[in-house]
Design a protein around this ligand. Sequence first.
Ligand code: TYC
Length: 104
Amino acid sequence: MSRRETEFDHEVVTETKKKLKKPPLYKVLLHNDDYTTREFVVQVLQFVFHKEHTEAVQIMLHVHRRGIGVAGVYTYEVAETKVTLVESLAQQHEYPLKCSMEEA
Ligand code: TYC
């Protein structure tokens, strides 16, 4: 909180300004596995994370090679909704694709 006092014809005006804290951000992570197809992961990155095809392929390849990668960074509730959506889509297509979140 910052406080500023202004003297004005013997009156003292006290303004109190509340600093709005930025909400914490969360990384949504995709995990590699041996069964989910590359094409499905690319589609998830396009449909759920709104990536262009080229970037989606790059992220998918990063996860494939390194084991884990960031699909996007969001506020808590948006990240949580995306994790749930990814795991639900994976389940519907019978893929073991894992998705998690951690504070950025
Ligand atoms: N490793 C998978 C394959 O070779 C592809 C893959 C990439 C799976 C990223 C999951 O998060 C993942 N078919």
